[in-house]
Design a protein around this ligand. Sequence first.
Ligand code: SF4
Length: 92
Amino acid sequence: MPKRTENGPFDGKLTRFATSLVLPVDKSRSGECNRCGACCMFFVRCPFLRFEDGKPNTARCAAYKVRPPQCRKYPRTKEEQIHLPCGFQFEE
Ligand code: SF4
């Protein structure tokens, strides 16, 4: 479920794409992906997203080894984390 869309959902996608190319993941991030797939369906559903028998929390990437930085680093910062619940958290 989208959380922060102050400037519209497309802005979040563009921001995530651009910053992931040059900036690191925030060091305060902890947790792990629960494979909900929400970030893979944001704005446009990724064609590489797969679910095991349609079951929830079984998302996997069919192009995992060559996935782009915006996927590798999501959520890079708390500000860019627009899907909640998510398995990752950030220190305040
Ligand atoms: S929203 Fe969070 S928990 Fe869900 S697939 Fe993306 S990184 Fe994983």
